[in-house]
Design a protein around this ligand. Structure first.
Ligand SMILES: [Zn+2]
Length: 476
């Protein structure tokens, strides 16, 4: 029997606010444990939470970007459970009245657009972090307690691990474009839980689902889902039942392991949070947020193809990160030819950034400096090969192309007499090859070009070299 997977994702994204959701403590990552805490986020008796307006605004922004309906009236709820990293004994979250509902985002699967519906986006506070020491002691760090999170819950519209990864990537791109989340999976700014079930292909009923927790990279999203789908299909085809349970992804073994079954699952006893007034969002506020929204990745992608004639592949890579897209556009606006700029970014710049593990925002090479380099190639001052070295030097030092070309004496040799000298020298040193070429072995042309370029330290104008070699080899 053929099976299909039914997947829904719940993504937690940490909002980039400077202070926590209900107090003024800092949200900065990496501080000494328990240095960013106060009576409010430590859950001391008698203190009152005060809602961070920025966090609400970021949630609305995200909701608008994901085509959601923004609730004019929403409310916080207490989610009760006991765990050492939760000092209050409850988490303030949203339950029956979330801020955003009924949206979607689009992914492109094998060239086809597909909508993944978003059920809801709600705002909540993060818990602290338990640290288990090798010596057997456990510690709790409350720095993260009260950091604002949004939970983005999709409908079960995802049909394969690949679609899940595409969805995650699109989600991350949008959050980063909006500037509401840094999207850092390793630091836990973006966390993903997946609900998975399988059913006979063609069936419309849902099978029994399991929830996989602890997925913290794009690669793991795919791997964990692939494993879990295979596991479920194997059980069903052996006539066994799937148990509804929570499973943990174990990256070490590449498997999912049972964590707790439904019987042990929590009953959260939700009730409305009495210390916070309902959130009322006016039309004016929504309009104001709409006006401040940046151009989003899908729109930029379409525009790059339309306006600059870029191939889809280029447009996709260039619009993945807002900063990269803006770098590209700045270069084009200062006179670079779009496809040429795109090639330099995709082949040279991204390679260097990748090698250094750096972001485009940490790059000292400016778009206008790339354009200067392109001008030097166009004028024939340097050839393409030399330009690659100059580019790398520009990237490392931040110097201008012209300065580097001058300092290193890299100006291209376009003087025919100098090139002819070099060709003659190469021919004299390689009489056998000359003979073979003249006997009809035309592919040897590459050898001669290579030798001449070597002799001129790569500075000879390649077009001239080709023309002149042919001429000299053919005259007896
Ligand atoms: Zn605090």
């Amino acid at each position: 029997m053929q099976y299909e997977a039914v997947i829904g994702l719940e993504v937690h994204a940490q909002l980039l606010t400077e202070s926590k959701i209900f107090c003024s403590c800092s949200t900065k990552f990496g501080a000494e444990p328990n240095t960013q805490v106060c009576p409010v986020c430590l859950g001391m008796p008698g203190v009152l939470p005060v809602l961070n307006k920025k966090a609400v605004e970021y949630t609305i922004k995200t909701g608008l970007a994901m085509n959601c309906r923004i609730a004019s009236y929403s409310r916080f709820a207490r989610k009760n459970y006991f765990y050492p990293d939760l000092p209050k004994g409850y988490q303030i979250s949203q339950y029956e009245l979330p801020l955003c509902e009924d949206g979607y985002l689009e992914i492109v699967v094998d060239g086809e657009r597909k909508k993944i519906r978003i059920k809801r986006i709600h705002l909540e506070e993060d818990a602290g972090k338990n640290i288990h020491d090798a010596s057997g002691f456990s510690f709790v760090d409350f720095n993260r307690t009260g950091v604002p999170l949004i939970e983005i819950v999709s409908e079960p519209d995802i049909r394969s691990p690949k679609e899940a990864a595409l969805y995650m990537k699109k989600l991350r791109a949008i959050l980063r474009y909006l500037g509401v989340c840094d999207g850092n999976l390793e630091q836990g700014s973006l966390r993903c839980d997946a609900n998975v079930s399988v059913r006979p292909l063609g069936s419309t009923e849902f099978g029994v689902k399991t929830e996989i927790k602890n997925i913290n990279s794009f690669r793991f999203v795919e791997k964990a889902l692939e494993y879990e789908i295979k596991r479920q299909i194997k059980l069903l085809s052996m006539g066994e039942k799937i148990i509804q349970e929570t499973r943990l992804w174990d990256a070490q073994t590449g498997t999912t392991q049972s964590m707790r079954s439904k019987e042990e699952a929590h009953d959260y006893r939700y009730f409305p949070e009495p210390d916070l007034v309902p959130v009322v969002v006016s039309e004016e506020w929504i309009e104001k947020i709409k006006r401040d929204m940046p151009e989003l990745p899908d729109h930029k992608f379409e525009r790059f193809i339309r306006e600059y004639g870029l191939p889809q592949y280029d447009a996709e890579i260039l619009t993945e990160e807002r900063a990269l897209a803006e770098w590209f556009e700045e270069a084009v606006n200062s006179g670079g030819k779009p496809k040429e700029v795109s090639n330099w970014i995709m082949v040279e710049l991204l390679r260097l950034l990748n090698e250094d593990g750096k972001d485009i925002t940490e790059c000292s090479l400016t778009p206008s400096k790339l354009v200067e380099l392109l001008m030097l190639i166009e004028k024939g001052t340097i050839n393409r090969n030399t330009a690659k070295d100059v580019f790398e030097e520009m990237y490392r030092t931040g110097k201008s192309a012209e300065t580097i070309v001058k300092e290193k004496g890299l100006t291209q040799i376009s003087d025919s007499s100098v090139i002819i000298e070099a060709i003659k020298e190469v021919m004299e040193k390689n009489p056998k090859e000359v003979e073979r070429f003249r006997a009809g072995e035309e592919k040897l042309i590459g050898f001669f070009v290579g030798q001449v370029m070597k002799l001129t330290k790569g500075k000879a104008n390649p077009k001239l070299v080709n023309e002149l070699i042919l001429k000299l080899l053919k005259e007896e």
